[in-house]
Design a protein around this ligand. Structure first.
Ligand SMILES: *Cc1c(COP(=O)(O)O)cnc(C)c1O
Length: 424
């Protein structure tokens, strides 16, 4: 398909887009009296229009019922977390019993590693990607130290190619093979936050399990972005945040996946709390913990309702669209952004480069753009013109056209602003 870098072409793509009306379900920040060109849905998703109404409902129910809201609220607080399971399961390709919304992402990674990183004998090592998101590195290294293991010895970091900055997947398979007898866990980002590279989750998971180890995935940049089939891929565990592609609002709750193979296992250690305890006897307050036979067993506390409500407004939209249609539009938007960046680079001679893989099966919506000369200044100029993107030192602009609310016209407008900044 031949794209065109024209306003007419972009507008026509929007007219032919069956998902274009979902844009109206979100609130765009306004800069210079116009809606921003918002490309940071991979960092903080936009506010769904319905979020405020739903929040107000909860405030009203709290005022009206006090403690009785646990059972009387329109969305009762006692089973509140259950309202998320169906749509989260559809988004990550899981059974409803395999997912639960709770806590923050890093908290969940720790809770999951309590259960699934159990170094024994020679099996003490963890494989992850080099330059993982800092919080993941801190979590992994502190888990190793918690078990009395030196992270410098026991954490195997797969290095990216220094030229492309991407990780050659063969290196991951080689590291699994080379550490067959010593590997306890692989924990990696499913989509790399910096380059946008999407890894072969089923292939890597299988290789890890064939080596007798556990495969866990941080899906912060994958959930609500790429197509996932966590159950069928036999992933052991995964976690993601709610506030990136899932639009839960700042610090909103994370989601976790625990494969049903691991449910109801008595020999898996777990940090326990009353919200993981059998629902029928929870309020008789027995001394002994009796786990719910689902992923809910990993819950500690009762649901932070106000930190979850906005997510309901967003998940409704995901249910209406469905991930396959979303991904299909996402691929088209990202391909157009890629085209526009190449056009701008050609028109200006700026030598722009895209780090993210060209192969659409190896990426989601995000593109990481390298601006080799004066990148920071270019970023400041486009920001002043209403583009909201994300700057990473030394020379990278990360952008994610999000299929739920971004348009082809957004991309066209961005392209013209970028061109102007590079020509200045
Ligand atoms: C965004 C992100 C986090 C953030 O962690 P929080 O606990 O939600 O603050 C962690 N890991 C990755 C890979 C991320 O992209």
């Amino acid at each position: 398909m031949s794209h065109q870098f024209t306003e007419e072409y972009a507008s026509e793509q929007d007219r032919n887009d069956s998902l274009s009306s979902f844009r109206d379900q979100f609130i765009f920040p306004v800069t210079e009296g116009r809606p921003a060109l918002y490309f940071t849905g991979n960092s903080l998703g936009l506010q769904p229009v319905k979020a405020k109404e739903y929040m107000l409902k909860e405030f009203e129910d709290w005022a009206r019922y006090g403690v009785e809201g646990h059972t009387q609220a329109r969305m009762p607080w006692l089973p509140y977390h259950e309202f998320f399971s169906k749509s989260l399961a559809a988004i990550v390709g899981a059974r409803q019993t395999e997912v639960v919304a709770m806590n923050g992402l890093t908290t969940n990674l720790h809770l999951l590693m309590v259960s699934f990183f159990r170094p024994r004998g020679k099996r003490t090592k963890i494989i992850c990607e080099a330059k993982a998101f800092p919080s993941d590195q801190y979590a992994l290294r502190s888990q190793l130290r918690f078990h009395g293991l030196d992270p410098d010895e026991h954490l195997i970091e797969i290095q990216p190619d220094p030229e492309t900055e991407l990780i050659d997947e063969a290196k991951i398979y080689n590291a699994i093979e080379a550490n067959r007898d010593e590997l306890a866990l692989l924990m990696m980002g499913g989509v790399n936050y910096y380059t946008g590279q999407y890894f072969d989750i089923p292939g890597i998971t299988k290789a890890v399990q064939d080596a007798g180890a556990i495969a866990g995935w941080d899906l912060a940049h994958a959930a609500g972005n790429v197509l996932l089939q966590l159950h069928d891929w036999n992933v052991d565990f995964a976690a993601w945040c709610g506030y990136k592609y899932l639009n839960s609002g700042p610090g909103g709750v994370s989601g976790v996946f625990i494969h049903e193979r691991h449910h109801g296992q008595k020999d898996i250690p777990r940090f326990e709390g009353w919200w993981g305890h059998d629902k029928s006897s929870r309020f008789t307050m027995p001394d002994r913990f009796e786990p719910i036979p689902t992923a809910e067993a990993w819950q500690l506390s009762n649901a932070p309702v106000f930190a979850m409500t906005p997510l309901l407004a967003s998940l409704e939209l995901f249910e209406q669209v469905g991930m396959p249609a979303l991904r299909e539009k996402g691929d088209r938007l990202t391909a157009y952004l890629e085209f526009v960046i190449h056009e701008v680079s050609r028109n200006t001679g700026a030598g722009l480069r895209i780090l993210t893989p060209k192969d659409v099966s190896k990426r989601g919506c995000q593109l990481s753009l390298v601006v080799p000369k004066g990148g920071k200044k270019v970023f400041e100029q486009i920001s002043a013109k209403g583009v909201i993107a994300d700057w990473r030192e030394p020379d990278v602009i990360r952008m994610a056209p999000v299929p739920l609310y971004n348009s082809f016209r957004d991309i066209y407008d961005f392209g013209r602003i970028l061109e102007e900044a590079l020509s200045a």
